[in-house]
Design a protein around this ligand. Structure first.
Ligand code: SAM
Ligand code: SF4
Length: 335
């Protein structure tokens, strides 16, 4: 079906052309803010999208105007067929991107090059190996840092994602900005967000205003320049005066960017979420397996998209475990 690009427009006039596909709920790390301590229940393989199903469902989205696909998870690169999926998606008319914890990236460099996948976001929450081990409950710092350097040398459009947690890594905000400026790598600070089982509370979130205040204290009142972003950016961008690399803040909690949202999410078990925070899901995989046309389901889901954070309009609602706890754990959504 070749529908016009405007089809995935919601009742607030937001046009959706960006799909994040979670390839798996599995992960080779156990980040405290993402994976509940007890893990998530393992489910039978047949409940998850197979390679051909990922590609077929993605193709329906491109028919509806999606032009960018980002692979995520869980850790997308732990899937045996991750390379084949990247190759298959490269045949669709989309810009490909990936968010990864970086552990396995070195094995995929040729595949990324061959697929024209240029945009790689790597998560790294501290520049101190022992802290990374405590946050991720795994000891992969050297491997991840080595792969960040490799991606940079290979010329990828690289970003480093840092989830800020009060009392854990918020004393490294200035160090990260300095590291990014020294190495020419954009760093993005992400406010800690509430999901099922991640023991969120507002006191543990480091809001955008505080990040900026800390940076002005360290580098001086006039040291930060604001940098204009692109239309659907989730981050607000800055740079240290004199540096080439920018840094960004993703303030989903304190200053959300819902008004310009253009993204949809497909979970590894084939459910469409029209917002990261939406409790409601649309089961595309079951319909696809029954041979049904899933395009009307996608269109209906987009039409029901809430104005802001899955219907949690204000911080009070977002902070309520009865509301954000109705969502999945982040590892099972695909951040
Ligand atoms: N495993 C890959 C990774 O870690 O980059 C991809 C999946 S991970 C769920 C995607 C992004 O979500 C990562 O940058 C991670 O740091 C972020 N994330 C996970 N839980 C979060 C939370 N509670 N609040 C904010 N960001 C979170
Ligand atoms: Fe795994 Fe990424 Fe979640 Fe960490 S943030 S547990 S690496 S999916």
């Amino acid at each position: 079906m070749d529908a016009p690009a405007t089809t995935l427009t919601d009742t607030f006039g937001r046009r959706h052309d960006y799909l994040r596909i979670s390839l798996t709920e599995r992960c080779n790390m156990r980040c405290t803010y993402c994976m509940p301590e007890e893990g998530i229940p393992l489910r039978p393989r047949e409940q998850f999208m197979r390679q051909q199903e990922v590609l077929a469902i993605a193709e329906v989205f491109t028919g509806l105007g999606v032009r960018k696909v980002r692979l995520t998870g869980g850790e997308p690169l732990v899937r045996n067929d991750a390379e084949a999926i990247v190759r298959g998606l490269a045949r669709l008319p989309v810009e490909l991107a990936i968010t990864t914890n970086g552990v396995l990236v070195d094995r995929f460099i040729p595949a990324f090059h061959a697929a024209g996948l240029r945009k790689v976001n790597v998560s790294l929450d501290s520049l101190r190996p022992e802290r990374v081990a405590a946050i991720t409950r795994r000891d992969h710092y050297q491997q991840v840092m080595g792969n960040i350097e490799l991606l940079h040398r290979e010329g990828f459009d690289l970003k480093v994602n840092v989830v800020l947690l009060r009392g854990v890594n918020d004393d490294e905000i200035g160090d990260f900005v300095q590291w990014g400026a020294d190495h020419g790598v954009p760093v993005r600070f992400i406010e800690f967000m509430p999901f099922d089982g991640n023991r969120w509370n507002m006191e543990r979130t480091v809001p955008q205003a505080e990040v900026l205040r800390k940076l002005r204290e360290r580098f001086g009142e006039d040291a930060l320049q604001t940098v204009p972003g692109e239309a659907h950016d989730t981050a607000r961008h800055y740079r240290l005066r004199g540096a080439t690399a920018t840094f960004g803040i993703i303030a989903s909690v304190s200053n959300p960017f819902c008004d310009t949202c253009n993204r949809l999410r497909l979970t590894a078990d084939g459910k469409l979420k029209n917002c990261l925070f939406a409790g409601a899901e649309t089961d595309l995989l079951t319909a696809h397996r029954r041979g049904e046309d899933i395009a009307p389901l996608i269109l209906r889901s987009v039409l029901h998209k809430a104005r802001r954070r899955g219907g949690m309009e204000d911080l009070e609602q977002l902070s309520d475990p009865a509301q954000h706890g109705a969502n999945r754990a982040m590892v099972a959504i695909g951040g």
